[in-house]
Ligand binder design. Structure first.
Ligand code: SF4
Length: 247
């Protein structure tokens, strides 16, 4: 039986990125259902970085859930430092609404999209909404790269369509009052802020719609190697991909 995507499949930025990197990767993950834990194939060093990033996200989630400040964050000095930088950068305010680790799904026309946000902050007094995304990699985020990536497009597009339905108490939030902020506790002064407007909304909508239509039109056999793919060495599907990647 030919495998295909279920009709109720919601595209995340992760799924779209896999397709862009290599359609075969997408097929392995979402049509064949191959899945390995995040730790698979990681070096001890990169696993340590991933674990530290997860701990930071957990701490941020607890902080913004109710303004909770931990009495101690254990003996993890780096985590203590990162948390202190976070509370300086974006201190919890009683007068705003915080939605940490918040997932939204969008289902309009051919667009079935989902986004999981690290933090949504709504400033009711000014009808502003800021999406925060925490990065913990070694390199600081760069505006050009972050502004043009699929994560930014999906996050803002989903929010633009959903905001006034999900957060009715926030007042009338317009596209111009949405913002996405990438922040890395290793580089606390290098936050990247991406503003939104109708022009960007239309561009993103077209880009994402075209990508989803392309994926939906693919038959199982169409999901082939991206010949330009140069990063097979980082791909966790190498074990099942085998000789295909060299053909
Ligand atoms: S190993 Fe290379 S060709 Fe195979 S799925 Fe991964 S990225 Fe694609």
């Amino acid at each position: 039986m030919k495998k295909s995507l279920p009709d109720d499949f919601y595209f995340s930025q992760h799924a779209l990125n896999l397709f862009k990197q290599c359609p075969l990767k997408f097929r392995f993950r979402y049509l064949d259902g191959f899945f390995w834990p995040g730790s698979w194939g990681q070096t001890a060093e990169s696993q340590k970085l991933i674990d530290q990033g997860k701990k930071f996200h957990k701490l941020a989630n607890r902080y913004y859930s109710r303004g909770w400040i931990p009495e101690k964050t254990g003996k993890n000095k780096q985590l203590v430092k990162w948390f202190s930088r976070l509370t300086n950068f974006c201190p919890y305010q009683e007068q705003g609404s915080y939605k940490p680790e918040y997932e939204l799904r969008l289902n309009v026309m051919e667009l079935k999209l989902m986004a999981k946000y690290d933090l949504i902050f709504i400033d009711h007094s000014r009808s502003h909404l800021i999406i925060y995304d925490w990065k913990t990699g070694k390199r600081p985020p760069e505006y050009k790269k972050m502004s043009g990536n699929l994560q930014t497009s999906v996050y803002l597009l989903v929010m633009a369509r959903a905001v006034n339905e999900y957060f009715v108490q926030a007042g009338d939030i317009t596209l111009d009052s949405l913002k996405l902020c990438y922040w890395n506790p290793r580089h606390p002064k290098r936050d990247i802020n991406i503003d939104y407007d109708m022009k960007r909304y239309s561009r993103d909508k077209e880009k994402i719609s075209n990508l989803i239509s392309q994926i939906r039109e693919y038959s199982y056999e169409d999901f082939k190697i991206n010949k330009k793919q140069k990063k097979c060495t980082d791909c966790r599907f190498q074990a099942v991909c085998g000789p295909r990647k060299n053909s």
